[in-house]
Design a protein. Sequence first.
Length: 614
Amino acid sequence: MLRVLKAMFDILEADIVVMQETKIQRKDLRDDMVLVPGWDVYFSLPKHKKGYSGVAIYTRSSVCAPIRAEEGITGILTPPNSTVSFYDLPEDKQIGGYPSITQLSDCSLDAVTLDSEGRCVILEFAAFVLIGVYSPANRDESRDEFRIGFLNALDARVRNLVAAGKRVFLTGDLNIIREEIDTANAEEQLRKHGMTGEEYVSTPARRLLNQLLVGGKVIGDRDEGRENPVLVDICRSFHATRKGMFTCWETKINARPGNFGSRIDYVLCSKDWEHWFCESNIQEGLIGSDHCPVYAIMKEKVEVHGKEVHIKDVMNPPGMFKDGVRLREWSTKDLLPMSARLIPEFDRRRNIRDMFSRKRSLKISESSASLPLEESQQSDAESIANRSSEASKGPSATEDHITPASLALPVAQAISTPSNSRHGAKRDSDSSETIRPVKRMKSGQASKSNTFTTGKGAAGKGQSSLIGYFKPKAAMTSPSSGAKLTEGFDGTVSENAPEVQQLDALAGPESPHSTKSSMATLGLSSVLAESKSVIDPIVSKESWSKLLGKRVVPRCEHNESCISFKTKKPGENCGRSFYMCARPLGPSGQKERNSQWRCGTFIWSSDWTNGDET
């Protein structure tokens, strides 16, 4: 995971990375998510729902360090290890701009509820305030009040910060399509839902966003308190008429290859500092999520109060840079209370290697050399003490972990790691690789999984592999009658009559023709004790081919194999499986005939009997 994050940051070439829908809890945090060398991170995690929502902001400590950090939109939440809400902190320790009771009065939900789902992290730099959000999606009517209440609070916080004279940078998954140009095949979609263009841009969430933006399409008079737009859509300002600039695609219908998607991820800034940015775009080529990254790049030198300054001077605490030249190094003293590095599980820890390794000898010089930048001020003696105490503690107390994919990173799946395969390599006697103990079984007890035992009594040796389990053996002859015998699936012996073997396989152990019955009739228990032969019970291929053979799937109009789906929509067909064309949807979002995109093939699985029967 650590390698994945580092590689992703290198690919993005970013100094600030904002992630949404991380879907983790505090117990899921690991060293390789928090202790990324050279980076600091701030999380907003859901308070109640597990594996839901979540926002994270990573900052590169060498070039940009925030001076304040908060979680939530309303200011009702508290800093770590504190019972005082952010809006009750002294003015020099709060970001400000908190929504007033009047601004939240239209929503019946309280502030605690609005900030309970881990949907916002706010960082203040010397130059501006960064708001990273994951807005609620438009799912069903039961979530409408929460969604509009959250967006109202976000609108109020942004406007209050701008009114206080602060520059604002708002970014994240807003889950709102601004206008028709920001979604595929808008005209057809409007016709399908019986809406006009004016009705489309006037839906509550869309109207809120457009009133916030310069150039937003607003029908009729503006709402009270929203008379003036305060933000600029940076990406759209660089690509004013570009169509198909989508950031999200439906994965269930494989809509990304045909670019049948929508633009719901934004980078927005206060209108008075739009000139700070030299480029903004989407990165639709980065695969690994149903979204793609959106970015904005600041100029190296910007104008502040009529004077040109280096961007690093205003992206860090005072006294750290001057004219773009570093005056002092970043250290742990610059960590903010909201930093995930200060969570007790990670505080004063360096990386995951120290958790699982013990060095036989530790030299003071090696200890000092291995410290990262932020711990360079520790003494050698303190380093040795810390490392010793960590080694004695062993692995972290948190047992539940998540896979790298649970973070939903745009490029996590595009990065491969070297194989750890050791096939053919001789294991050294001093290898550190852990050997798992084998569970001992009681005498005569057979494994329930894949062990097949034969031989004499309990001392018989278990089957060494599955290959031997299905490997045909030579037939043996009954010592009394000369009958040809074969060993059954459970180690018993029966006559080698083809019709009896078929009945044995199909009828099961309770059948009168079962191998156990044949064995008892012939009195061959002594032969069984000496037998070590095993054959595949599926002797007759013809009788089993239809039961165990690979099902033939139908072919679509492109003469290609279809793929199977299951209906999840409530109704009489819920749970039914069906076949359809495997190709992705085209830009129209509809099934097409005689084109390179998905055709109209649709077959219920229950109506498909098999290729050789149709």
